[in-house]
Design a protein around this ligand. Structure first.
Ligand code: SF4
Ligand code: SF4
Length: 179
């Protein structure tokens, strides 16, 4: 299972690169950082990632949720943490979900790991996904390196396997990110 040391390492290796060499927020007005009309948008932390926060951050709201109700694998600890931000974070503190977007892992049946454009049903349009814009190669490599570490945690591995089979069963696009 990932330790606090692993999470510190993951935060360190993902600190530098962004999806494009420039600011992709200029393409869309930073739509993925908007909290939503009713401040309902947010992201889940991975198991143990909460060690990277003090829970006193004034830019974050915390919610504890039941992993079974949110369809996480049975191995996930209870509670899972759903966090919502104000739309302004100290960049070095942003959670892993933000660091990876819009790339997500897909595990083929033969075990091959692919980095693909996110297929989640989002309440906004990310032009990097909708236009399959090629991403910064350093960003793609870093996200892949991070996922290779994360997949050693069986709970995260199970999530990625379940998401991958769900994509295939529902004919969602498995499109490898362009570099
Ligand atoms: S929605 Fe996509 S293009 Fe816009 S800021 Fe987020 S990642 Fe960048
Ligand atoms: S934590 Fe930061 S990067 Fe993530 S959605 Fe909020 S403002 Fe954007």
């Amino acid at each position: 299972m990932l330790s606090s040391k692993d999470y510190r390492h993951l935060y360190q290796i993902t600190a530098k690169f962004t999806p494009l060499a420039g600011d992709c927020g200029l393409l869309c007005g930073k739509t993925c950082c908007r909290p939503g009309k009713n401040n309902e948008l947010g992201m889940y932390l991975f198991p143990g990632e909460e060690v990277m926060f003090t829970r006193q951050e004034d830019w974050l709201l915390w919610e504890e949720q039941d992993p079974a109700e949110q369809f996480f694998p049975a191995s996930w600890p209870n509670p899972v943490f759903f966090i919502r931000c104000t739309g302004q974070c100290p960049r070095e503190a942003r959670p892993l979900a933000c660091r990876f977007f819009p790339v997500t892992p897909h595990l083929q049946l033969n075990g091959e790991l692919l980095m693909i454009y996110e297929t989640l049903d989002l309440p906004y349009r990310c032009p990097l996904i909708t236009q399959s814009i090629p991403l910064h190669q350093g960003f793609i490599s870093t996200v892949e390196e991070a996922w290779k570490i994360m997949l050693k945690d069986h709970r995260i591995y199970e999530l990625v396997v379940e998401d991958s089979r769900y994509r295939e069963e529902n004919n969602l696009p498995v499109q490898v990110v362009l570099g």
